[in-house]
Design a protein around this ligand. Structure first.
Ligand code: EPU
Length: 420
């Protein structure tokens, strides 16, 4: 297992290019299951989760080919030969559950392994299943698998989600594109990645309105066709490097970052004493003065994203005064706390809230990555800490951040990947 060795205390300065969004790209690849024609996706990030999604689509018999040498543009499409998403892939990557709706819509049947819990919470899929049942699917849970069928095809209906789940919204949205008649998804999630998916689906011939609002209306069509789509910039990668500028008192230009997707994150950065400047096709983030403690509550978009919680916690651990973070999306997303405390942070967790008492400085230590965003919070802490931090289990990072060491080294960080 590879490790990162980080020598902290350097101010970061320069440019970082933000890649395509993991959480948009994965769903856009799945959208390729909805048509036999070619879906061409560009701005594809080079991360492990995208490779896993490639494996899953190939397991369904669908061709996934590199259009360019690097695989930044993919061509997806062809007949579906298997409607099964097996345990070994779904257990590796929960986003695999998103093939359920598209397979049901196009093939009228699907067999998808139940994902089970993960490091950040139990993460059930009840809303995905109930919603698909409302669209006429018959669902049986057997031997750890979801066996779903819709013999005459799915039929549009009104689905009210009890919580604005990102995944349930996306599964139902994709399923409804090929259902008979009109589907309404009420209390739909409004994350920008869903907007990107809607844009691509409409380009493929779907009839979806209400994007960016809490109600999506989908008029089913007979078939979708091929299209070309560029994956949106990753707002979480952008926010993460903004925190790197914040915690090191640096000055970074984040090329391709979209300010409109980052409202709550930018407001919180500014409140903490980090300056954010909108530039043409870039966001500049810098800090000269001290960091100030702030209070944060994670919420569905447009609220503060849970995927930025760990990175802000690292930054606030060296702020003046106290901060309180309340995590409302996942029940177990504080795995980074004991690791940050081993580096000298003063953080106490009380139920879903964490109190962070700012300390003047952190000190390097051997630490362990537990999930994707938690891993980056430890990198941020390591960048600001005195001495050396050795971060192990960085395969978690490789799942969702492209070339972390290369991007950070290019702006002045001392970070080295040790391969084992
Ligand atoms: N939930 C249910 N039942 C359901 C669906 C969700 O109880 O049927 C609960 C979950 O257990 C969780 C909450 O609802 O507590 C939110 O889950 P949601 O469905 O919104 O999240 P998701 O689709 O599983 C995506 C991202 C996550 C991100 C969340 C929230 C992808 C592949 N994953 O997950 O990203 O944290 O939305 O914004 O898009 C990450 O990138 O590190 C990551 C974890």
């Amino acid at each position: 297992m590879d490790r990162f060795i980080i020598r902290g205390g350097r101010r970061l300065e320069g440019e970082i290019t933000i890649g395509g969004a993991k959480n948009a790209g994965l769903k856009l690849m799945v959208a390729g299951l909805l048509t036999g024609e070619r879906l061409i996706l560009s701005n594809v990030p080079q991360i492990a989760d995208i490779a896993t999604m490639r494996d899953l689509l190939r397991q369904h018999g669908v061709a996934v080919e590199n259009v360019d040498a690097e695989g930044r543009t993919l061509s997806i499409g062809g007949p579906i030969e298997s409607v099964e998403a097996p345990y070994d892939i779904v257990s590796k990557m929960r986003a695999s559950i998103l093939v359920l709706g598209p397979l049901l819509a196009r093939m009228h049947e699907a067999r998808v392994s139940l994902p089970g819990g993960c490091a950040i919470g139990t993460r059930p899929v009840d809303m995905h299943l109930k919603g698909l049942e409302t669209l006429g699917a018959q669902i049986r849970l057997e031997n750890g698998y979801i066996n779903a069928s819709a013999p005459g095809g799915l039929v549009g209906d009104r689905v009210v989600l009890p919580f604005a789940s990102v995944g349930a919204t996306e599964n139902l949205l994709m399923a409804a594109t090929l259902a008979k008649g009109r589907t309404e998804i009420v209390n739909a999630a409004r994350e920008p990645e869903i907007g990107d998916l809607v844009e691509c689906l409409n380009r493929m011939g779907a009839r979806i309105s209400g994007s960016g609002t809490g109600t999506l209306v989908i008029d089913g069509v007979e078939a979708l066709h091929g299209a070309e789509h560029a994956i949106m910039a990753d707002r979480i990668e952008c926010g993460t490097y903004a925190c790197a500028a914040g915690i090191t008192g640096g000055d970074l230009r984040l090329i391709g970052g979209r300010i409109g997707d980052l409202g709550a994150v930018i407001r919180t950065l500014e409140e903490a004493g980090v300056e954010v400047i909108a530039e043409e096709n870039a966001i500049r983030v810098r800090r000269d003065g001290p960091l100030q403690g702030v209070d944060i509550m994670t919420e569905p978009y447009p609220g503060f994203p849970t995927d930025m919680q760990a990175q802000f916690m690292a930054m606030l651990s060296v702020a003046e005064g106290a901060s309180m973070i309340t995590e409302t999306i996942f029940e177990n997303r504080y795995m980074h706390v004991p690791e940050l405390n081993r580096m000298g942070a003063r953080i106490n967790v009380h139920g879903s809230s964490a109190i962070i008492r700012g300390v003047p400085s952190l000190s390097g230590a051997p630490v362990m990555a537990t999930d994707l965003r938690a891993s980056f919070s430890l990198i941020l802490a390591g960048l600001a800490a005195q001495g050396e931090t050795v971060l192990s289990r960085i395969y978690h990072l490789d799942r969702g951040y492209e070339a972390v060491d290369r991007k950070l080294a290019a702006v002045g960080a001392s970070i080295e990947r040790v391969r084992e």
